[in-house]
Design a protein around this ligand. Structure first.
Ligand code: ATP
Ligand code: MG
Length: 411
């Protein structure tokens, strides 16, 4: 069993100051994710080592999969600084990795302990010779080996590692600043949130809720999604801003033509989200839009929605296929939650034939049929903020009709 892990950082092509921020941010995340586990760290400028009792290996590995910016890691095995002891562990590692296949390999030795009697080169040769005796199907290739066995000889012991487990990659949050994620209960927006965090951008979520027009379970979905996403966030914590949207929702349904309902609803959401973004000191909005999936996601439709704001809108899913999105949703554990049958404001009461090519001029004209500015202001003022964590589950009272009520009962 491994008693340590070598952690490799992500995109270190970053230069100068950025690289320093990167390392600082990722080290903070590593500490946060492993908090509570008996781990000792050795942080270096381009990598980190974590040491622990072998019985904690699974837990450490599990937590590291939530560190954004982490490129890969390798389990480390410890041996006495004697050839026999090192060869014994090498043997097990090679067996695991090659499964008896005929592959090329090399031993790569680093000597931090310069008092060790053998040079790195000699040690590599000597260990290779022992390995070959046990694994005659292997062949040494020092230039392009398929498999490298790393040995580090330090003062206290020798450390061996080989193979690597890929991490999330990307950049550590919150290195890239903060954005507001428009989070529905659907499949797409949680994935958009995950991909945004993977790029090092911290998110706060905004959910437009129309209870009791929509079932309280739809709000519960958002809470559960937030809880899953919070595991990737700095401090394992994610804020959700719940915007009371029912009045605006109803006004749109009563006062505007059905073919423009979705467009106008989205425009109202973006107006509100823009105000909240500024209040929360964020620099962009993020949505789960993906081109061409549904009527509301044609280029015409997106432009008509976008025209109500000067905010930067990130759409990390634009070029992904639905199947790719679903695969990510399954991997990160949001799929099951998104798949629960309860609809949010945008899938309930959807018109039968939404306009595929909505125009700005039309949308603005239709919006004049009700006085939306004060409604938007009220919604912004009455927005509720809650914070969620990975393993602290918040269950809404299902007997409540509105989210406000549910939160009150909860308090
Ligand atoms: P999703 O699966 O994320 O719901 P979708 O494919 O169903 O996306 P739409 O319903 O058209 O697409 O929504 C497009 C985007 O608008 C969503 O990805 C989300 O970012 C935002 N959005 C829609 N409804 C809400 C809501 N009730 N609260 C917050 N954001 C929303
Ligand atoms: Mg949706």
């Amino acid at each position: 069993m491994a008693e340590g892990i070598l952690i490799r950082y992500g995109d270190l092509t970053l230069k100068g100051r950025n690289q320093k921020y990167f390392v600082k941010a990722i080290n903070t995340l590593i500490r946060e994710k492993l908090e509570g586990l008996p781990v000792t760290f050795d942080f270096q400028h381009d990598r980190a080592y974590a040491y622990f009792d072998p019985s904690f290996f699974e837990q450490v590995q599990y937590q590291l999969m939530y560190v954004t910016g982490l490129y890969s890691f390798s389990p480390i095995y410890r041996a006495k600084k004697e050839l026999d002891a090192i060869a014994e562990i090498a043997d097990t590692l090679i067996q695991e990795e090659t499964q008896g296949r005929a592959v090329t390999f090399k031993v790569d030795t680093k000597r931090a302990d310069k008092t060790y009697p053998m040079s790195s080169m000699d040690f590599s040769k000597e260990l290779s010779r022992v390995v070959l005796r046990k694994h005659p199907n292997l062949k040494v290739d020092v230039h392009h080996p398929a498999y490298v066995l790393h040995v580090e000889i330090r003062r206290e012991a020798a450390y061996l590692f080989s193979g690597q487990i890929m991490g999330l990659g990307g950049y550590p949050v919150p290195m890239g600043g903060k954005a507001m994620l428009l989070l529905s209960g659907g499949i797409d927006s949680p994935v958009a949130g995950f991909l945004t965090m993977k790029k090092g951008i911290e998110i706060e979520a905004i959910h437009f809720e129309s209870t009791p027009l929509t079932p309280i379970e739809s709000a519960q979905k958002v809470i559960d999604l937030a809880s899953v996403l919070s595991h990737y966030a700095p401090r394992n914590s994610l804020k959700v801003l719940f915007v009371p949207f029912r009045e605006i929702h109803e006004a749109i349904m009563m006062q505007t033509p059905p073919s423009y309902h979705i467009t106008i609803m989205r425009r109202m959401m973006v107006r509100i989200a823009t105000q909240l973004m500024k209040r929360r000191d964020a620099l962009a909005l993020v949505t789960g839009d993906s081109v061409g999936q549904v009527a509301s996601q044609t280029l015409e439709s997106m432009s008509t929605i976008q025209s109500v704001t000067d905010a930067l809108i990130l759409r990390p899913l634009t070029s992904l296929d639905k199947l790719d999105i679903i695969r990510i949703a399954r991997d990160i554990g949001t799929m099951e939650i998104s798949n629960r049958p309860f609809s949010d404001c945008c899938s309930v009461y959807v018109p039968e034939n939404p306009s595929i090519r909505p125009q700005v001029s039309q949308a603005s004209t239709y919006e004049k049929s009700f006085d939306f500015a004060p409604m938007i202001q009220t919604a912004v003022e009455q927005t509720l903020i809650r914070t969620f964590h990975p393993d602290q589950h918040v269950d809404l009272a299902m007997t409540a009709f509105t989210l406000q009520e549910a939160f009150l009962e909860d308090a």
